[in-house]
Design a protein around this ligand. Structure first.
Ligand code: URA
Length: 422
C-alpha cells in the first residue's frame, strides 16, 4: 500500500477496504505513515465520513495497535463511559455502587482538557491517591474490591493516543467516526464484558443537538455490537451542569454526599439510571441499586477503593484560598445556567488545563447554588467561584457573561436530565 492512495480514495469519497484500514493504522503507529499524511487522511475522513463497517474496522485496527487488558475476575465486569460534561462526577459514586451490587467495574479514565473535567484530576484532589496502577494491580483490586478507577496503561490503543493528539491540532476532533472509534478502541481493549455509554447532549457536550448525539450514540453502539461487546447508550442532558459542584475537590465532596445517601437529585437520578443499565448487562438486573445507595453501603466500597490506591478517604479535601460570590442580577426565574459557560469559568479559575502537561488546582471550581427553573431574588448568591489565584476571577466572570439568565419566562430545558435509553 501507499499512503497517498489511501488518502486519495477517502478524499474522493470512496470506502476504504479493510486491508487499507489495517495497514494505514499499523503503519502510522510504527511511524511509517507520516504525521502529515495521517493529518490529510483524518481531514478526508472528517469531510467524507466512514460507514459502519469502515468505522468498526478502524476501531479494530486501533485496538490491535496495542494490547488488550486481560481481566481475570470472578464476577461479571461492566464499564461506563461518558462523552464528557460539566460537573459530571458520576463515575465516582457509580463505580463503587455497581461493585457493591455484585458486578466488577474496571474504569480506565482520562484527564480533562478544555472545559470538561477529567475523572483522574478530580480523584487526585484526595490526599495520597494514585492514578497509575500496573495491569496486575488493576486485576487484584477488581477481584478484591470490585471497582477500580485509574489511568489507562500505555499499551492500551497507542494508535488512538497518537491520532487524538494529531486531531487536536488539525481541527479533526469533531468527526463522529473518529470520536466513536477513539472511544470504543480504548473501551474494547480494556476488556470489560459490557459497556454503558452516557452520551451527553447540550451546550456543555461535544454534541449540542439531540440529532447529532443520537448519531454518535448509534455509531458507538454499532461498533460495540460489531466487536461482540454488549453496549447500551443513554442520551442525557448537558445544557446545565450536573449537580451543584464543578471542578475537582468540590466534585469529590459532592460524590461523597451521594455515596452517603444524600447529594443533588439529578446526580442521584443519573447514577441510579446508569447503575441499572450496567447491572442489567452484568446479569444482575434483579438488584435495585436505589436502596444500596441510600444505605451507605456503597460508601464503604468507595473508602476501600480510595485506600487501595493510597488515598485517605477521611482526609479533609483541599479548600480554595479565595471565594467570589456571583449574585442574581434581578428577581425572577433562573431560566439559563449554561453548562458550557460554567465549565469554562471553572477552567479559567484553575480547575482545568490549557496544555496537556499543565497542573490543575485541586480546590478550584464553581459551586452552583440554584438550578434552572428555581425562583431567585435579586442579590441572592447564585454561584461561588473557588480559586487559589484570585487574578483569574475577572476572566471567569467574562465567560459567564450571557450564561446566566433570570427572567419571568419559563426555563427552556428541563431542570433534571431527561434520560433516553437508546
Ligand atoms: N473522547 C475520546 O476518547 N476520543 C475522542 O475522539 C473524543 C472524546
Amino acid at each position: 500500500f501507499a499512503a497517498v492512495d489511501v488518502i486519495r480514495a477517502k478524499r474522493d469519497g470512496r470506502n476504504l477496504t479493510p486491508e487499507q484500514i489495517d495497514w494505514v493504522i499499523d503503519a502510522y503507529t510504527r511511524g511509517v505513515v507520516s504525521e502529515e499524511q495521517m493529518a490529510a487522511l483524518a481531514m478526508a475522513v472528517y469531510l467524507r465520513g466512514m460507514d459502519t463497517a469502515e468505522t468498526a474496522r478502524w476501531t479494530g485496527a486501533m485496538i490491535d495497535s496495542g494490547e488488550r487488558l486481560a481481566l481475570h475476575v470472578s464476577r461479571p465486569t461492566v464499564d461506563k463511559h461518558s462523552t464528557g460534561g460539566v460537573g459530571d462526577k458520576i463515575t465516582l459514586p457509580l463505580a463503587p455502587l455497581v461493585a457493591t451490587c455484585g458486578a466488577a467495574v474496571p474504569q480506565l479514565s482520562g484527564r480533562g482538557l478544555g472545559h470538561t473535567g477529567g475523572t483522574l484530576d478530580k480523584l487526585e484532589s484526595i490526599p495520597g491517591w494514585r492514578a497509575q496502577l500496573s495491569a496486575h494491580a488493576i486485576g487484584k483490586q477488581l477481584e478484591d474490591i470490585g471497582a477500580v478507577v485509574c489511568a489507562a496503561t500505555d499499551t492500551l490503543a497507542p494508535a488512538d493516543r497518537k491520532l487524538y493528539a494529531l486531531r487536536d491540532v488539525t481541527a479533526t476532533v469533531e468527526s463522529v467516526p473518529l470520536i466513536a472509534s477513539s472511544i470504543m478502541s480504548k473501551k474494547i481493549a480494556e476488556g470489560a464484558g459490557g459497556l454503558v455509554l452516557d452520551v451527553k447532549v447540550g451546550s456543555g457536550a461535544f454534541m449540542a443537538s439531540l440529532d447529532e448525539a443520537r448519531v454518535l450514540a448509534k455509531t458507538l453502539v454499532d461498533i460495540g455490537t460489531a466487536h461482540g461487546l454488549p453496549t447500551r447508550a443513554l442520551l442525557t442532558d448537558m445544557s446545565t451542569p450536573l449537580g451543584a459542584a464543578v471542578g475537582n475537590a468540590v466534585e469529590v465532596a459532592e460524590a461523597v454526599d451521594v455515596l452517603r445517601g444524600d447529594g443533588p437529585d439529578d446526580v442521584v437520578a443519573l447514577t441510579l439510571a446508569l447503575a441499572r443499565e450496567m447491572l442489567a448487562l452484568a446479569g444482575h438486573g434483579d438488584v435495585d441499586p436505589g436502596p444500596v445507595l441510600a444505605s451507605g453501603e456503597a460508601y464503604e466500597t468507595w473508602c476501600r477503593m480510595i485506600s487501595a490506591q493510597g488515598g485517605d478517604p477521611e482526609a479533609p479535601l483541599p479548600q480554595p484560598e479565595h471565594v467570589h460570590v456571583v449574585e442574581a442580577p434581578e428577581s425572577g426565574v433562573l431560566t439559563t445556567l449554561d453548562a458550557r459557560a460554567v465549565g469554562l469559568a471553572a477552567w479559567r479559575l484553575g480547575a482545568g488545563r490549557v496544555r496537556k502537561e499543565d497542573p490543575v488546582q485541586a480546590a478550584a471550581g464553581v459551586r452552583c447554588l440554584a438550578k434552572p427553573g428555581e425562583r431567585v431574588e435579586a442579590g441572592r448568591p447564585l454561584l461561588e467561584l473557588h480559586t487559589d489565584t484570585p487574578d483569574a476571577v475577572p476572566a471567569a466572570l467574562a465567560v459567564l457573561e450571557g450564561g446566566i439568565e433570570v427572567s419571568d419566562a419559563a426555563p427552556e430545558s428541563p431542570p433534571w436530565p431527561s434520560t433516553t435509553v437508546l
